[in-house]
Design a protein around this ligand. Structure first.
Ligand SMILES: [Zn+2]
Length: 381
């Protein structure tokens, strides 16, 4: 399975200047080519290469391999949504392949720039070094808004063979509580909410100001917030997967597309909270951490999970008395509403998995692929 390992680069001033120049030129070329692709309505690599390769090299000074990557990048972006012309930020991530990049030991990487190759030191943490042995020859070079350089390296980690499961931890995702599992563990959104509120105040102040400096600061805040959310999503997904593995159970989730339909937000504050959270990312983290640990992931149809009693099965809207309170009208069973929903999700997975044919790690993987892209872009790296 493919994962991404993030390496922080430590370029000196001259390297940094050359990397930046290459990234900006690459994206200028990509923007230009995107215009041509859009005009021709073509996302065909061969066609674009025949028509524009020469100009990419002459006009933008790209190396042969950079031009090839540029064409591939534009095709991929245009394929994602053919109704719009893809736009590349001046410092959007620049792809590198094995012809443009080579690792020299475990602390330096040689990168191709417009001004020749540069040898750049990088920091490799413990986690990264474990994954690093599986590195493939692909990476994205990223300049963050705070001026730090990163190389996002694709690694192909062998997945642990799947442990068959007949028992599941159900996980209910929500806004007030980001994740509640059927054992009753709750991961509240309180930390994230605190950060979001703080940033929102700053944001309003900066938007009023409207200067260039203020805009730069706004981008920085967005990046910071996204990193914090990401960290929280890692923490929550790790806890749930460890729990499942430790107890020999699988993980049951509701369908991602149902989550979006189910969770409705009333009022602008609630909408802000909702848009500020990335269920897609949490979902993707759960899916890939589970796969690596050999934990089965099953998705279920979540209809009525919040109004059905997990004890007796009675389904009625008024079973759910408030956001947090569930009291069954038939049997009197009382529970936290999210935990009740999580229990229902677990029960549905158990039903679906006898015989164990409901395993849909492939679907989860598809979710991961989609989310992987969204994630990179929304990180505003
Ligand atoms: Zn009941």
């Amino acid at each position: 399975m493919n994962l991404t390992v993030q390496l922080q680069l430590l370029p000196d001033r001259d390297h940094s200047r050359r990397l930046r120049e290459s990234v900006e030129r690459f994206n200028a070329a990509a923007n230009w080519l995107a215009g041509n692709a859009f005009e021709k309505r073509s996302a065909n690599k061969i066609e674009l290469q025949l028509a524009h390769y020469g100009e990419l090299r002459e006009r933008f000074g790209l190396s042969a391999q950079m031009a090839v990557r540029c064409i591939a990048q534009v095709c991929e972006a245009y394929k994602r949504d053919r109704s719009i012309r893809p736009v590349f930020r001046p410092t959007a991530a620049m792809p590198f392949d094995q012809r443009m990049m080579s690792f020299k030991g475990i602390d330096r990487v040689s990168l191709l720039t417009l001004g020749g190759r540069v040898l750049v030191p990088f920091v490799l943490g413990k986690y990264q070094s474990e994954q690093f042995t599986h590195a493939k020859g692909q990476a994205d070079l990223v300049l963050r808004d705070d001026g730090k350089w990163f190389l996002l390296v694709t690694v192909d980690v062998p997945a642990t063979s799947l442990i068959p499961a007949s028992d599941f931890i159900g996980v209910d995702l929500g806004v007030a509580n980001i994740a509640t599992d059927s054992d009753g563990n709750q991961h509240s959104g309180a930390n994230v909410e605190k950060v979001r509120r703080k940033h929102n105040l700053q944001r309003k102040r900066l938007q009023r100001k409207g200067t260039r400096g203020a805009k730069k600061k706004l981008r920085r805040i967005a990046g910071k917030e996204a990193r914090f959310r990401r960290q929280e999503n890692h923490r929550i997904s790790k806890a749930i997967v460890e729990d499942a593995k430790g107890t020999g159970r699988g993980i049951a989730l509701e369908d991602l597309k149902h989550i979006r339909n189910r969770i409705t937000a009333r009022g602008s504050d609630a909408r802000n909270r909702l848009s500020g959270w990335s269920f897609g990312q949490l979902y993707a983290f759960l899916a890939y951490k589970a796969e690596r640990a050999g934990v089965a992931v099953v998705t279920v149809d979540p209809r009525n999970t919040s109004r059905t009693c997990a004890k007796c099965g009675h389904c009625e809207k008024s079973n759910r008395k408030s956001q947090s309170e569930f009291v069954c009208k038939a049997c009197g069973h009382r529970s936290h509403a999210d935990r009740n929903a999580a229990l229902n999700i677990a029960l549905r997975a158990q039903d679906a998995c006898k015989p164990p044919s409901g395993l849909v790690n492939d679907e989860a993987k598809a979710g991961l692929r989609n989310c992987g892209r969204v994630e990179l872009e929304s990180l505003a790296l």
